[in-house]
Design a protein around this ligand. Structure first.
Ligand SMILES: [Zn+2]
Ligand SMILES: [Zn+2]
Length: 766
C-alpha cells in the first residue's frame, strides 16, 4: 500500500514536472508579420515580405471562411470542437497503427497540437509529440476554440514562403478568403501538412489527388452536394503565384518604416491613385524625349486634407532614372510658387488690394537686384497682373514692404518644414524660389489657401484627423487671391478653357526654378488640391523645363479626369469677411476727392486701412502753369489749384516706353526758399567735380562704378538718375552700379518727398 502511494506520488510529481518544464512559448508567435499598406477602402496598395522573406499577414479579427474551417476540421481533426487539445481516440488508434507497422510515427496530431508545433517547429520525435500534447492542453486552457482556429489559420505554412491563409488566398488565386470555392478551400486544407505539394513540377498530381480525396470526404459527410463535388473536381490546383499589387510604392515604403509588421490603412483612393500613376507615367514618357526624367504628383481633398493619390516618381522600379527617389518629399526649389501667399498676406495687412499698383522698376537691395523673366520693367502694374504674370520685381518689393521675417514665420507656421536657413540668410530671394520646399508641404499650403486660410496640413493615415484653427490668412484675402489665380493662362489647348462650358475653374500657379531644374504646378479647387513636380532627381537642369508646360499640362490632365462634385465647383464668396471700399481707378488705392475715376471693390475686413491714392494730387501752379508754387513762394492769391494724376518720375519713364502719354508736371519754383532747407540726401560718391577712371576686370571688360549715397530717412527709397535717365531705385543700402562712358555726367537722386541732390563729374575709359 505504501509502495503504491509512493508510485502515485512519483507519477504525479513527474506529470507536474512535465507540466512545468513544457511551458507555452511566450509570446506564442514572434509577430514577424508582413506590413500591409491599404487604401481607404481596404484594398491592398502594397504588401511587404516579413524579415524572414515570408508573406505572413498580421492577425485580424475577420471571420475565417466557413468552407475553410469545415475542410480543415474534416481533414485534420474531426473532433476538434470536443477534445481538450489532445484527441484520446486518435491517440489510441495511432498507437495501435504504429505498433502494427514499422513505418514512421503518424496521425493523432490535433489542430491545437499543430499550433504548438508551428509556434516553435521541432523535430518530429515521440518525445516532442508528447511535449506538444502537454502544450496543446495548456493552449486549450488559455484560448477558446475560435482563437485556436484563428491562430492556426494565421500561422500555418502554405508552401514556399507563404504563411497563413490570407497570403495563400491572395498569392494563389488573387482573391480574398471569403471568395474561396470549395475546391480552393480543400486545396488550402491539405497544404499545411505537406506544403511541398505546391511544387508546380513534382507535386501537382499528388496535390490534386489529396485535394480530391478531401472533396470526396466532404461529399460523403454531406457538407457539399454531388454537383458541387463534380464541378470542384474540374478545378485545377494552383501552380504558380499571383504577384501582389504595387501602388503608391513610395508612400508604402514610408509607412512600412514607421509601422513594420502592421496593417496600415491610408487615405489613398485606389481609383484616383491608379489614374494619377497612369497620367504621370504617360506625361513622363513625353518629357523623357526632351531630357527630363522624373515626375511626382500629390492629390489631396481640399476640405478634409486627406491625401488621395501619392506618386513619388513616374516609375518606382526605373533605377536608371532614380525612380526610387520620393519626389513628394524631396525638397526642391520653390520657384514662384510661394508668391500667392505673400499677396494674400499683404492684403490682410492692407498693403495692397488686387487693383493696387505696384512699382515694377529696376530696384537695388545692395548687391541684389531682381528682374522679371522677360527682362522688362513695366513701371506700374496691378497686384493682380503682377501675380498672374508672376513678375519678380513687384513680388520682391512687396516682400520688402511686408517684411521678410513676417513672411518667413508665416511659412513656418503654415507647415513648410524645409526652411533650414535663417530669414536673413534667405533674404528677399526667398520669394523667387530661394528656399526649397516639398510637394507635400506646398500642397498643404495651397490647400490652406482653399480652406479659407486655415493651414491645418494633410493626412494620409485613415482615422487621423486634422486640428482646425491654424488660421493665418483671412477668408476674404484667400478668396481675392484664388480669384486672381483662376485667371492664370492655362497651357496648350487649355488656354481657351473659358469658352468651354464643361470646364471647371481652378486656382493654380506655376514655378520654375533657377537653372530650369524644377517645374512646379499646384492647383486648388474647393474639391481638389493637386501638386505636380517635373525635373531630374539627378538635379540636372534642362532648358525645356518650364512650370506651365512641363508640370501645368499634367496638372490639367489630372484635374480634368478627377471626379467632380458640382456643389464644389468654385469657392463661395465669403461675404461676411469682405467689405466694399471705394478705390481710385488709376492707382487702386483708397479714393480721395482729387481722384478722377472711382471704383467699388472688395477688401478683406481688416483693422488696417489701405493707403490713400498717392498719385492724384492737387498742384498749386503759377498763372502760366510753368511752376509749382507753395505758401513760401507764391504771391498772395496768384496761384491756381489743379487736380492732376502725377506719377513719380521713376515710373513715368517705363510707362512711356509702354506707350502711355502724360502731361508733364511742372517743377517747383526755383526761387522758392524751401528748396534750400535741410536735405536728407547726401551723395558720397562720386564727388562733385571729380574725375573717375572707369575700372576694368582681369579680362579687360569695363566694370560698373559703384555710386553711394546716404539717406537719413529709414526704409524709404531713393531714385537715381544718370544724365536725367532713371536707372534704378535703392532701399536700405543706397549703392548703385553705374555704367559710365567717357565724358561729363550728372548723377541726381530724388526721394518721394521731392528732395533732390546732384553731382557733376567726368568719367574716362582708358
Ligand atoms: Zn487717385
Ligand atoms: Zn515753394
Amino acid at each position: 500500500m505504501k509502495k503504491f502511494k509512493i508510485a502515485i506520488a512519483a507519477i504525479a510529481f513527474l506529470l507536474g514536472l512535465v507540466w512545468v518544464v513544457t511551458p507555452l512559448p511566450s509570446p506564442l508567435f514572434l509577430g514577424d508579420y508582413s506590413t500591409l499598406i491599404l487604401d481607404e477602402e481596404g484594398e491592398y496598395l502594397r504588401i511587404f515580405l516579413n524579415s524572414n522573406e515570408q508573406w505572413c499577414f498580421p492577425p485580424s479579427e475577420e471571420p475565417i471562411p466557413e468552407k475553410l474551417v469545415k475542410a480543415v476540421i474534416l481533414y485534420e481533426d474531426k473532433r476538434f470542437f470536443y477534445h481538450p487539445g489532445v484527441d484520446p481516440i486518435a491517440v489510441i488508434r495511432a498507437i495501435i497503427q504504429n505498433a502494427k507497422s514499422s513505418e514512421r510515427l503518424s496521425g493523432a496530431s490535433t489542430i491545437t497540437m499543430q499550433v504548438a508545433r508551428i509556434s516553435r517547429p521541432k523535430e518530429r520525435t515521440i518525445l516532442n509529440k508528447l511535449l506538444e500534447m502537454v502544450q496543446a492542453v495548456k493552449l486549450e486552457i488559455r484560448y477558446s476554440k475560435e482563437d485556436i482556429l484563428r491562430i492556426y489559420f494565421t500561422h500555418a505554412p502554405y508552401g514556399g514562403n507563404i504563411i497563413g491563409y490570407k497570403a495563400a488566398c491572395l498569392r494563389y488565386w488573387g482573391k480574398e478568403p471569403d471568395e474561396l470555392t470549395w475546391a480552393e478551400a480543400a486545396a488550402l486544407a491539405v497544404l499545411p501538412n505537406s506544403p511541398s505539394l505546391i511544387n508546380p513540377v513534382a507535386g501537382q498530381e499528388q496535390f490534386k489527388e489529396k485535394r480530391d480525396n478531401l472533396l470526396k470526404k466532404l461529399l460523403d459527410e454531406g457538407v457539399i452536394d454531388e454537383e458541387t463535388f463534380e464541378l470542384s473536381l474540374m478545378e485545377s490546383v494552383p501552380g504558380g503565384q499571383v504577384p501582389f499589387p504595387v501602388h503608391a510604392p513610395h508612400l508604402a515604403r514610408r509607412m512600412e518604416n514607421i509601422f513594420p509588421g502592421r496593417r496600415v490603412r491610408t487615405t489613398i483612393d485606389m481609383d484616383i491613385q491608379t489614374l494619377a500613376e497612369e497620367l504621370a507615367r504617360e506625361h513622363a514618357a513625353n518629357l523623357q524625349r526632351y531630357g527630363t526624367d522624373n515626375v511626382a504628383v500629390l492629390i489631396a481633398e481640399t476640405r478634409t486634407g486627406k491625401v488621395r493619390a501619392y506618386v513619388g516618381s513616374q516609375d518606382f522600379f526605373d533605377d536608371e532614372r532614380l525612380g526610387k527617389v520620393d519626389g513628394v518629399i524631396a525638397p526642391r526649389s520653390t520657384g514662384s510658387i510661394l508668391k500667392p501667399f505673400l499677396y494674400a498676406l499683404a492684403m490682410d495687412e492692407a498693403i495692397i488690394l488686387p487693383d493696387s499698383r505696384i512699382k515694377d522698376i529696376p530696384t537695388y537691395y545692395g548687391s541684389f537686384s531682381p528682374y522679371n523673366a522677360d527682362m522688362e520693367f513695366r513701371g506700374l502694374v496691378t497686384a493682380r497682373s503682377a501675380l498672374i504674370n508672376s513678375l519678380n520685381v513687384p513680388a520682391v518689393r512687396l516682400l520688402y514692404t511686408y517684411g521678410i521675417y513676417e513672411f518667413y514665420s508665416f511659412l513656418q507656421v503654415a507647415g513648410m518644414t524645409t526652411l533650414f536657413r535663417t530669414p536673413d540668410d534667405y533674404g528677399l530671394p526667398l520669394i523667387l524660389g530661394g528656399a526649397e520646399g516639398r510637394i507635400w508641404d506646398l500642397v498643404a499650403l495651397y490647400r490652406g489657401l482653399g480652406n479659407s486660410g486655415d493651414f491645418s496640413g494633410l493626412i494620409v493615415l485613415e482615422g487621423d484627423s486634422l486640428e482646425p484653427g491654424n488660421r493665418l490668412i483671412s477668408p476674404g484675402a484667400c478668396y481675392l487671391v484664388l480669384e486672381i489665380l483662376k485667371e492664370l493662362k492655362r497651357p496648350g489647348s487649355e488656354y481657351y478653357w473659358h469658352q468651354f462650358s464643361n470646364q471647371w475653374p481652378i486656382a493654380w500657379k506655376t514655378g520654375t526654378s533657377y537653372g530650369h531644374r524644377d517645374a512646379l504646378a499646384i492647383g486648388v479647387s474647393p474639391q481638389w488640391t493637386i501638386g505636380v513636380w517635373a525635373g531630374n532627381f539627378s538635379g540636372e537642369g534642362n532648358p525645356n523645363l518650364m512650370g506651365s508646360r512641363s508640370a501645368g499640362t499634367l496638372l490639367f490632365s489630372i484635374f480634368n479626369s478627377l471626379p467632380k462634385n458640382p456643389k464644389l465647383a468654385w469657392f463661395k464668396k465669403p461675404a461676411l469677411d469682405l467689405t466694399e471700399v471705394e478705390l481710385c481707378a488709376e492707382s487702386g488705392y483708397l479714393a480721395k476727392p482729387e481722384c478722377e475715376h472711382k471704383i467699388i471693390r472688395d477688401s478683406p475686413r481688416t483693422v488696417k486701412t489701405l493707403k490713400i491714392c498717392p498719385y492724384h494730387r492737387t498742384l498749386f501752379l503759377n498763372d502760366d502753369e510753368t511752376y509749382q508754387v507753395c505758401s513760401m513762394c507764391w504771391e498772395t492769391g496768384e496761384y491756381r489749384e489743379v487736380d492732376r494724376l502725377v506719377y513719380p518720375p521713376e515710373v513715368v519713364q517705363y510707362l512711356k516706353e509702354r506707350g502711355q502719354s502724360f502731361r508733364a508736371v511742372p517743377p517747383h519754383n526755383p526761387d522758392c526758399p524751401t528748396l534750400s532747407f535741410d536735405n536728407p540726401i547726401e551723395i558720397i560718391y562720386p564727388v562733385e567735380g571729380s574725375r573717375i577712371l572707369v575700372p576694368r576686370d582681369i579680362t579687360g571688360e569695363y566694370q560698373k562704378v559703384i555710386a553711394k549715397a546716404a539717406y537719413s530717412v529709414e526704409k524709404s527709397e531713393l531714385y537715381w538718375y544718370l544724365d536725367d535717365d532713371f536707372i534704378g531705385a535703392t532701399l536700405d543700402r543706397h549703392t548703385m552700379p553705374i555704367a559710365l562712358e567717357t565724358g561729363r555726367h550728372t548723377v541726381s537722386i530724388t526721394d518721394s518727398e521731392g528732395h533732390t541732390k546732384r553731382v557733376n563729374f567726368r568719367a574716362e575709359r582708358k
